[in-house]
Design a binder for this molecule. Structure first.
Ligand code: GNR
Ligand code: NI
Length: 172
């Protein structure tokens, strides 16, 4: 059982800027492991710390398909150092916007620098779904959600639906 629960929109913590970690210590490692557990449980491919109410620059990801070897990424203070000129559109979802989807155009490839779970600096190039996922998670650290890239009309339809759903759960 996971003790971390994923916040759902509307929640002001999902709109805040997250603070860098000074170093990856046992506390940050525990956070990363708890986030991976919550992410896998929810069948997500990524998760950012603000989604579990922690305003730190920590993200995790595992974009492997069920038939593939799992590959967990743990990243603190991720910095996108380079984005490709070429962009691709793809459908995104978010555990904080349950059952809502939309097409987002993003750079196809990125280079990212981060601290790994051993507090070592690493640099990595990513493409495909991993590149999309890291960009989506990095956005969470700035309080940006995928719906912020949609038209005002589509965004408002989604946000209104979720606000209504939350009111109804609160009323039960
Ligand atoms: O599970 C998720 N799927 C997904 C699909 C396309 C692009 C990004 C993502 S990340 C999302 C989990 C999540 O909300 N991470 O913040
Ligand atoms: Ni998300």
């Amino acid at each position: 059982m996971s003790r971390l629960s994923v916040l759902v929109v509307p929640d002001s913590r999902l709109k805040r800027h997250a603070e860098p970690v000074a170093r990856v210590d046992d506390g940050v490692r525990r956070l990363m492991d708890g986030m991976l557990e919550a992410m896998h449980e929810a069948k997500g491919i990524g998760l950012a710390a603000p989604q579990v109410g922690v305003l730190k620059r920590v993200i995790v990801a595992d974009v492997s398909r069920p038939d593939e070897e799992p590959r967990d990424y743990r990243m603190a203070n991720p910095e996108i150092l380079w984005r490709s000129e070429d962009e691709v559109s793809g459908e995104e979802g978010c555990l904080s916007l349950p059952e809502q989807y939309g097409d987002v155009t993003r750079p196809a490839r990125i280079k990212v620098r981060y601290l790994d779970h051993q507090n070592e600096i690493r640099e990595m190039e990513a493409d495909g779904l991993l590149a999309r996922c890291i960009q989506h998670e990095a956005d969470h650290l700035e309080g940006v959600l995928f719906v912020d890239y949609l038209s005002l009309l589509k965004r408002n339809i989604i946000l209104r639906k979720l606000a209504k759903a939350k009111k109804q759960t609160a009323a039960v």
